[in-house]
Design a binder for this molecule. Structure first.
Ligand SMILES: Nc1ncnc2c1ncn2[C@@H]1O[C@H](COP(=O)(O)OP(=O)(O)OP(=O)(O)O)[C@@H](O)[C@H]1O
Length: 259
C-alpha cells in the first residue's frame, strides 16, 4: 500500500504548560512494498511520527493518506510491533497470534491456517501451546511479529522492536526479519536508534533532527536487500552508516547534554 505523509506537525503541551514542537513539516511517502526506516537521536519525534501514521495519535497539522484516502475513510489494516511486546500472558502463543484475526471475526479455519502459517514463518513451530512466560525475549518478539503479520496488514509499523534484546539475538532477529519481509514484502515503517540496523534493513532511511523534529535527509540505500552486510559491500555499508552518523552526531550530542 502507498502511504503519503503530508506536512505533518505535532505540538505537545509539556508539564510546565509550555508548547513543545515535536514534529514540523514532515513530508515523505512509503511506497508499496517499501521498507522505510526512521532514525534520529533521542527525542526527535520518531515514535510520535510512527504513532501518527498508525492513527494512535492525531497530528496537530497535516495528514496521512493511505492510497490517497485519509484514515477516517480508509481504515487500513495495520500491524504494529513495539519494543515491549504486549502479549496476553493468559493466552498461548497460538492464541496471541490469532488475536487480531479473532477481532476481525475470521473463521476458526482461517485462524488455524493463518495462525500456523505465521507461527512457522517466525520460527516458533512447536511453541504454539507455550505461554509468554515460558518464552525468551527473542521468542516473545517473534510471537509479536507473527501476531502483527497474521492480519496481513497493509502497513507494518515497528517501533524499536529489537532494542530490548541482547546484541546477538538482535542481529539474528534482524536477519530473520529480512527473510520474513522478503516473503511478505509489506510496506513497512520502522523506528530505530541504531544506524547499522537502519542501513541493514532499509530501502530508504529518513534522518530526523530534533527540537523541532524535521526531516534532515532521506537516503536511499542502494545495496541488495539480502546480503548487504557481506564483505563485498562492507565499504559501501560503512560509508552509509558514517554519512548518517555525521547527520545525527550534533543532535545526539545535544540530546545527551539535555539528558
Ligand atoms: N505526550 C507528550 N507530552 C509532551 N511531550 C511529549 C509527549 N510525547 C512526546 N513528547 C515530546 O516530543 C518529543 C518527541 O518525542 P518522541 O518520543 O516521539 O521522540 P523519539 O525520537 O521517539 O525519542 P526516543 O528515541 O527517546 O524514544 C520529545 O521532546 C518528547 O519529550
Amino acid at each position: 500500500m502507498n502511504i503519503v505523509i503530508e506536512n505533518v506537525g505535532k505540538t505537545f503541551i509539556d508539564s510546565k504548560k509550555k508548547e513543545v514542537t515535536a514534529l514540523e513539516n514532515i513530508n515523505f511517502t512509503i511506497a508499496d512494498q517499501e521498507f522505510v526506516v526512521l532514525v534520529g537521536p533521542s527525542g526527535c519525534g520518531k515514535s510520535t511520527l510512527l504513532n501518527i501514521v498508525g492513527g494512535l495519535l492525531s497530528p496537530s497539522s497535516g495528514s496521512v493518506y493511505f492510497e490517497g484516502e485519509g484514515l477516517k475513510n480508509k481504515n487500513p489494516n495495520l500491524g504494529i510491533v513495539f519494543q515491549e511486546i504486549a502479549l496476553f500472558p493468559w493466552r498461548t502463543v497460538f492464541e496471541n497470534v490469532v488475536y487480531g484475526l479473532q477481532e476481525q471475526k475470521a473463521s476458526k479455519q482461517e485462524q488455524k491456517e493463518k495462525g500456523q502459517y505465521y507461527i512457522d514463518m517466525v520460527g516458533l513451530t512447536g511453541f504454539e501451546k507455550a505461554y509468554p512466560k515460558q518464552l525468551s525475549g527473542g521468542m516473545k518478539q517473534r510471537a509479536g511479529i507473527a501476531r502483527a503479520l497474521a492480519i496481513e496488514p497493509d502497513l507494518l509499523l515497528m517501533d524499536e522492536p529489537f532494542s530490548a534484546l541482547d546484541a546477538q539475538t538482535r542481529t539474528l532477529m534482524q536477519e530473520e526479519l529480512l527473510t520474513i519481509w522478503n516473503r511478505t514484502k509489506l510496506s513497512t515503517l520502522y523506528v530505530t536508534h541504531n544506524i547499522h540496523e537502519a542501513v541493514y534493513l532499509a530501502d530508504r532511511v529518513i534522518v530526523l533532527s530534533r527540537h523541532p523534529g524535521r526531516i534532515k535527509s532521506i537516503i536511499t540505500i542502494d545495496l541488495p536487500k539480502i546480503g548487504r552486510n557481506d564483505d563485498q559491500y562492507r565499504e559501501q555499508f560503512e560509508q552509509y552508516a558514517d554519512d548518517i552518523w555525521q547527520l545525527i552526531r550534533h543532535d545526539a550530542q545535544e540530546a545527551l547534554k539535555e539528558g
